[in-house]
Write a protein that binds this ligand. Structure first.
Ligand SMILES: [Zn+2]
Length: 342
């Protein structure tokens, strides 16, 4: 009987190696363990075994049976794993018969131009600061020298929150936080989304974008401001840019200027972009008001600086030859296509 058991085990070992499918496995289980299988069939033979060998042979029968059961179980687990792997690789297979979608999307022209401008400033040693969109009344107005009842507040009506905070009306709302962060010399730009509660038309939006910059150090003068603006704009337009300054008024700078550039599209001859004037008003700028420096924790006797805004929506409109600022918030796909998106 011992030999017979060893023979059954040996043939089982050979059979189990050949298993490929669940059907193969089931066939072997039936062949060895079902009522008419080899193992149950051999049981009656135990009765014929001499008494002194019964215990040993009995244990052997059990051990062979357990071994067969274990191996069947292991093989089933192996088949399960193969099945899972097969499902995963099937679901990840690329169906090359699917039609190709060429509409892969792109960045908004505003984002593209913002990144270009940021790269130029980073190359000039500036840091790019992130500003909040919900601001305190102090940061948006008081800190930049626009006290309560100042007429500039009327021009910058915005959306107020129940807690007294507001949606910032200009990127200058970040000035105070940045001045306090550096507490000394700094070169920073801070692009951001701004909001105004006003009547909309082709040149006014309730949501628009600005890029503002500040340079603070000892002995910074108007000469530095003019030189810097000319250099920076030449990099933005990738050509030599002529600038002119006109006196302007902003509460947060003194003196304040409106900086115009000679129209880079017609070289000053007059075109639709410059409304035939030859010059484009692009950058409000000026020397930072001593009150703003003081509010930012700096001594105006020791430090000076200049600030400038870049008409960033204006730049996007110029590059895309757009005549309505509202298009920029419209999600209009025709507009995106105009900027080279297929
Ligand atoms: Zn022009």
């Amino acid at each position: 009987m011992k030999e017979k058991l060893q023979h059954i085990l040996k043939s089982f070992e050979e059979d189990i190696k050949k298993v490929v499918t669940y059907d193969d496995l089931e066939k072997i289980r039936v062949e060895y363990l079902s009522k008419k299988g080899y193992i149950p069939q051999i049981m009656p033979m135990l009765r014929e075994v001499p008494n002194e060998q019964k215990k040993e042979i009995g244990q052997l029968v059990n051990s062979v049976k357990n071994q067969i059961e274990d191996e069947l179980k292991n093989t089933k687990q192996m088949l399960d794993m193969k099945e899972i792997e097969k499902n995963i690789s099937n679901s990840e297979k690329i169906d090359i018969t699917l039609p190709v979608d060429n509409n892969i999307g792109s960045l908004h022209p505003r984002t593209t131009i913002q990144k270009e401008i940021e790269d130029i400033f980073i190359g000039m040693g500036f840091s790019v600061e992130d500003g909040k969109e919900v601001e305190t009344e102090y940061n948006n107005f008081d800190a930049v020298n626009v006290p309560k009842n100042h007429p500039a507040r009327d021009m910058q009506d915005t959306f107020w929150l129940d807690n007294g905070e507001l949606l910032k009306t200009h990127t200058s709302a970040s000035q105070n936080r940045i001045l306090r962060k550096y507490n000394g010399p700094l070169k920073a730009i801070f692009p951001g989304r701004c909001f105004r509660n006003e009547a909309l038309d082709h040149s006014h939006e309730n949501t628009f974008f600005q890029i503002e910059g500040m340079v603070v150090d000892k002995d910074v003068s108007v000469a530095n401001l003019i030189f810097f603006m000319k250099e920076m704009l030449s990099l933005v337009f990738k050509k030599d840019i002529e600038v002119r300054l006109r006196p302007g008024f902003f509460p947060f700078t003194e003196p304040s200027f409106e900086l115009d550039i000679k129209c880079p599209f017609c070289n000053g001859k007059g075109c639709s972009t410059c409304k035939n004037g030859g010059w484009i008003e692009l950058c409000p700028c000026g020397m930072i008001h001593p009150n703003v420096l003081r509010n930012g924790g700096l001594d105006p006797e020791q430090y000076s600086g200049f600030a400038f805004g870049l008409g960033y929506d204006r730049l996007v409109m110029m590059k895309g030859n757009l005549n309505d600022i509202r298009l920029l918030n419209s999600g209009n796909l025709k507009l995106l296509k105009q900027f080279g998106i297929k």
